[in-house]
Design a protein around this ligand. Sequence first.
Ligand code: UGA
Length: 434
Amino acid sequence: MKIAVVGTGYVGLVTGTCFAETGNQVTCVDIDERKVEKLRKGKLTIYEPGLDVIFDRNTKEGRLKFTTNLAEGIKDAQVIFLALPTPPGEDGSADLKYILGVANDLGPLLENYAVIIDKSTVPVGTAEKVRERVAKNAKVEFDVVSNPEFLREGVAVEDFMKPDRVVIGTTSEKAKKVMEKLYAPLVRQGNPIIFMDERSAEMTKYAANAFLAMKITFMNEIANLCEKAGANVDDIRRGIGTDSRIGKRFLFAGIGYGGSCFPKDVQALEKTANEFDYDFKILKSVMKVNEKQKTKMMPHVKAYFDGDLKGKTIALWGLAFKPHTDDIREAPALYNIKELRKAGAKVVVYDPEAMENVRGVVGKKVKYAKSPYEAIEGADALMIMTEWPEFRTPDFDKMEAALKNKVIFDGRNLYELKDMRDLGYTYFSVGRDT
Ligand code: UGA
């Protein structure tokens, strides 16, 4: 099939590369000339494990191309993915200016029947808006389909190639056939393609992300209660996760969810509810609890130093919002850096992938260490913000020699309580005894 992908951000680049890998001829379009130039030279613009290998293969074999020219990119394409940003507007609702802008441009450029696919996370009713915009100037038949993406950063290639399910919103039989053919190589193991109308597909994406954010937030609240009631959230997780109605995944308590999706989508769904005059109370609580959870270690840090952090050096391990990504959007680490600095502490940070991104936002306000051990050299305490695997089994002898005080504030529950007790640490974690 000939495919165009408009927008080479995270979702667009993964979508384009993965569909090239299944044998399609893919052209990715982006207005950012520098980005397109880099991609043309064979250099990836995002960090995503495993993507580089298939990106290399498909660019070399000529199945994956890049252009800044929309007309050239969509020429003869049977399907056109729109993978454009939908940043939150001032009021928290998703801003559709990029998607609707491209929809306006597409109409006069279409030469043959094409399926236009909303891949971005867009509010209910967007497919209809896109259809109206394209229809204004279109001379040929076309369909607009909602096909939300459920991939996670860090495991995006696997999620894309082996999806739990593919959700497709369309009532057009012609579009359905095209979509079935496109996704056939990815659902060979019997994972379903679920067809529904456009509005339901759009809502499904928000419901999935909001539900997962709620699941995590529920566990964070259980963890907060465990701390007061003398229970252990790890045991609760095991105790309830084995119930197949609840499920084992996304039950890890910590210092809150971040990233480019959950915070934005929970907010946007609440906004949609508002527009339809529905008071979605759970979502409001989820947002409120998560905001507070991000800096939940700060009171412990302050109390440990008798309320005075002036002149203290605090080392942070982990800056990305989760492991295996360099993404720092809504990352708890950023909120903690701000709080620590406000309290007068000096901050030294280390992250295997996200240092450059943090430098772009925080600049010289913190020190950047080349290794986890350099970060804690002479530091008064260590805070753990992201559960990178390399932090899980550190060299505790080296740590002891480097840290001024044997104290760790662990926002991701990396270590066993007993081990930390045996090693003589004052160890704060989430939802467990100190
Ligand atoms: C999320 C969804 O999981 C994807 O299905 C969806 O496609 C994507 O958003 C999107 O809308 O594009 P992502 O934001 O990449 O994916 O990251 P997740 O792995 O879902 O993690 C989100 C946040 O939840 C992270 O901050 C993570 O640390 C936190 N989390 C996750 C927990 O605190 N506890 C858990 O048990 C799991």
